[in-house]
Design a protein around this ligand. Structure first.
Ligand code: PLP
Length: 384
């Protein structure tokens, strides 16, 4: 009898240790440390993506998301992927080839909206603010009036600059000119007020790893009735299969749920738990907690002689502060020592703000006074 022997390549068969990760305090722009209850939920036994028990968990997750976002939108669900996947879902579904799209850019993520809207065929027009500033309503009004876009896109909490765009009133401008409003809430959901229905936001998206205290991987999106009307009337199919809401709909909302993809049950448990925590605390209390923790940071930084890059406190994101790097200080070296010597992660600025700011996140579970005090103590040692 002839037996064939194969010799396998052993090069990549490296010897490894049992996984051990350093105990980082994640005070950067995200991810943030997940809540212990969320981590416990992630480890629960799996369910299949069409198990009736899992469908019940999906339904509860959607309902809790509607609370977090203050919307009655039926089309509210979580995308399998990070915030960028939710961002691309929002853009790909709402943009049709040739649509005039106006993007109000005040930082990197606005620039990314421009890139995505262009890739999906939009005729993109741009208005811009310096990094760290926000738009006045009059500026938005004039631009919408001039360009008459099908969709206005803007970032609520611009993580690259630390600026929080006031959104109340912008939806009304869009309605006046029969335009849809799409808003990036990746850094604001669960941390700063975002009233999707009251503020007449038609499309919004977020992530799980910031204000919702989960690991990254299941990212919320919501589409209002006006957005769904546009999507249902599309002349062309959505140009991505995986992120097509008309297909996702039958999985998340159909009476009889049809297979679309294998949604991670464990990440859905995590998101549900993160959202349960939001509901238990209550939105008003949660927003107030984030604001109070941020103010503690701002006051403590002032005592160290540090200033915020965003000048007006009302325009600062409560969960993400950009701290101006003092003259002569090497921003990267300080962040490196915080990580190496104190197990604290903060991030530097990038693009137009490279070397000019540190980005300090106090998000969800991490938005607590003790984290501020630990960071300030470490910074004091490093900057003295
Ligand atoms: N939009 C904003 C405002 C963000 O801050 C981020 C990430 O930090 C994203 C989009 C993309 O999210 P993700 O990195 O989870 O893909």
């Amino acid at each position: 009898m002839h037996t064939q022997t194969t010799s396998t390549n052993q090069t990549h068969r490296i010897a490894t240790q049992t996984l051990d990760v350093p105990p980082r305090l994640l005070l950067g722009p995200g991810p943030s440390n997940a809540h212990p209850r969320v981590l416990a939920a992630v480890g629960m036994r799996q369910l299949s993506h069409l198990d009736p028990a899992f469908i019940g968990i999906m339904n509860e997750t959607q309902e809790l998301l509607r609370y977090a976002w203050q919307t009655d939108n039926e089309m509210t669900l979580a995308i399998s992927g990070t915030g960028s996947a939710a961002m691309e879902t929002a853009v790909a579904n709402i943009v049709e080839r040739g649509d005039v799209i106006l993007v109000a850019v005040m930082g990197y993520f606005g620039e990314r909206l421009v890139e995505m809207a262009s890739r999906h065929g939009g005729d993109v027009r741009i208005i811009e603010k310096p990094w760290g500033e926000v738009f006045e309503q009059g500026e938005i009004y004039d631009a919408v009036k001039e360009h008459r876009p099908a969709v206005l896109m803007m970032v609520h909490a611009e993580t690259s600059t630390g600026a929080l765009q006031p959104m109340a009133g912008i939806g009304a401008i869009c309605r006046e000119f029969d335009c849809l409003l799409l808003t990036d809430c990746v850094t604001s959901l669960g941390a700063a007020p975002m009233l999707v229905d009251d503020w007449q936001v038609d499309v919004a998206y977020s992530c799980s790893q910031k204000g919702l205290s989960c690991p990254p991987g299941a990212s919320p999106v919501t589409f209002g009735p006006r957005a769904m009307e546009k999507i249902n009337g599309r002349r062309h199919k959505v140009d991505t299969w995986y992120l097509d809401t008309t297909l996702l709909r039958s999985y998340w909302l159909g009476d009889v749920r049809g297979y679309h993809h294998t949604m991670s049950s464990n990440m859905t448990y995590a998101l549900r738990e993160g959202l349960r925590l939001v509901a238990e605390e209550g939105l008003e209390a949660r927003w107030a907690r984030h604001r109070a923790t941020a103010e503690l940071l701002w006051d403590g930084m002032a005592e160290l002689g540090l200033t915020c890059h965003v000048v007006n406190p009302e325009h600062r994101i409560p969960s993400l502060t950009t701290v101006s790097v003092p003259e002569g200080v090497d921003a990267r070296a300080v962040a490196g020592r915080l990580l190496r010597d104190y197990n604290i992660e903060v991030a530097g600025g990038f693009s137009k703000l490279a070397g000019k700011v540190w980005r300090v996140g106090l998000m969800g579970y991490n938005s607590r006074p003790e984290n501020v005090l630990i960071l300030l103590a470490a910074l004091k040692e490093l900057l003295d």
